[in-house]
Design a protein around this ligand. Structure first.
Ligand SMILES: *Cc1c(COP(=O)(O)O)cnc(C)c1O
Length: 420
């Protein structure tokens, strides 16, 4: 089946795109015939910026030449290194600088946040998550419930889509809270659901939760660098994310953490502590009493891995050159174009389960394949598409505005339709 739209039209859109030059700043994996792969997997592992190597080499050279002195005398001193990341990261997630810190990894940060913000008491013991939550999130919240002596079978509740729907509805959350709001201690939702690509209304969820006295946090793994999270404005108590997906900082790289400023100066709040969260003015006096730093930095545990942070710097540098607002605008256009091409395909074998309203999704589209086994996915993979298969029947594709093109979208749909 041929597409009605021609590849030339996609090339025209790429020519008009003021951000298209950023593709050159990335290593694009090659297909076996030597052409660029169609890489739609930036929601799983972002591509490597070409400048990452230089940023890493800088730190390797300073370590080689200076040893421990690098803490103060490296070109980018390691002692305050994480502070170099906070401003740009805060812009990307829509927070104030002191509300954000880069540290640990995502699931670790989620646990640290729950130590402070999941405080079951009396009847109020439950945690609410969304249906189809990412498994690690589910394991983490279930283990926190058990840690506090609860039972996930009764204390972990999920906000499910209605029968026949793909995504949960705000009205149903309202109903759950009307019935059980006084028993819920924490709402923890994936800001952009990893499976469906739905972007939740963070502000409305937070306001609703707070009106019942519930703490509200978000896992922004699929949101950071993808959608306009406006974390401060949302009022959420905390948020966590990783930097290896849309933030292109390399496999297993560090995570980010947001703590709303209303909690910035609450030394009495229970937390797990380490020396890097201690007031930096007196950190090396090695005193016995812990005095937390103001803001999100007060949750840090350890002196951080500089090499991983150097990769994050390299990537954030590209984000600030491109401008997050412009990236998001391109992203809306790119995903709409991909959706438009998919809709031109005949038949009902593929349906898009991601919300069609651009306000409630990021770049990802999740395609449910009727009567699926992996064969269609394997066939497009053999043709040079790098996408992601989720059991039982979903292909997730994410055109990323920093390095994907309109031509990528066209070629993808061309391959998909010829393999069907
Ligand atoms: C990717 C992802 C994770 C992975 O957690 P790590 O601790 O970084 O391994 C967890 N939760 C969500 C929602 C994710 O998308």
């Amino acid at each position: 089946m041929a597409l009605e739209t021609k590849l030339e039209e996609a090339h025209e859109l790429d020519k008009k795109d003021t951000l298209s030059r950023f593709r050159e700043s990335f290593h694009i994996p090659k297909h076996k015939d030597g052409s660029d792969s169609i890489y739609f997997c930036g929601n799983s592992l972002g591509l490597q910026p070409k400048q990452t190597k230089e940023f890493l080499e800088q730190e390797l050279n300073d370590w080689a030449g200076l040893g421990v002195e690098g803490h103060f005398h490296a070109q980018n001193p390691w002692m305050p290194y994480h502070e170099f990341l906070s401003k740009k990261m805060a812009e990307i997630v829509g927070a104030q600088q002191h509300e954000v810190v880069v540290m640990n990894t995502l699931t670790t940060n989620l646990h640290l946040m729950m130590v402070s913000f999941y405080r079951p008491e009396g009847r109020r013991r439950k945690i609410l998550i969304e249906g189809d939550a990412f498994p690690s999130d589910r394991y983490a919240v279930a283990s926190q419930i058990k840690f506090h002596g609860g039972d996930p079978a009764t204390d972990l509740i999920t906000w499910q889509p209605r029968p026949g729907n793909n995504t949960p509805d705000m009205d149903d959350l309202k109903t759950i809270l009307e019935q059980q709001g006084d028993q819920i201690a924490l709402i923890m939702v994936g800001a952009v659901n990893y499976y469906t690509g739905q972007f939740f209304d963070l502000k409305s969820i937070t306001e609703l939760g707070h009106s019942y006295g519930i703490m509200v946090g978000f896992d922004c793994a699929h949101g950071a660098g993808n959608v306009d999270l406006r974390l401060h404005e949302s009022g959420a108590d905390f948020a966590v994310w990783c930097t290896y997906k849309y933030l292109n900082s390399g496999p297993g790289s560090l995570g980010g953490c947001f703590v709303h400023e209303r909690h910035a100066d609450r030394p009495e709040l229970p937390r797990f502590t380490g020396w890097w969260g201690h007031n930096k003015e007196t950190r090396f006096k090695m005193r016995d009493d812990f005095e937390p730093m103001y803001g999100a930095e007060g949750w840090q545990l350890s002196n951080p891995p500089i090499l991983s942070m150097a990769a994050i710097r390299a990537s954030l540098d590209l984000f600030s050159q491109a401008g997050f607002k412009a990236l998001r605008e391109k992203s809306v256009q790119l995903t709409a174009y991909l959706e438009f091409l998919l809709q031109q395909m005949q038949g009902d074998r593929i349906s898009i389960i991601t919300p069609s309203d651009p306000n409630w999704r990021g770049c990802q589209l999740s395609l449910a394949v009727k009567d699926a086994d992996r064969s269609l996915f394997d066939a497009i993979t053999a043709k040079g598409v790098i996408a992601d298969w989720r059991e039982p029947d979903v292909i997730r594709i994410a055109p990323v505005p920093l390095y994907n093109s309109f031509a990528d979208c066209w070629k993808f749909v061309d391959i998909l339709s010829s393999e069907m």
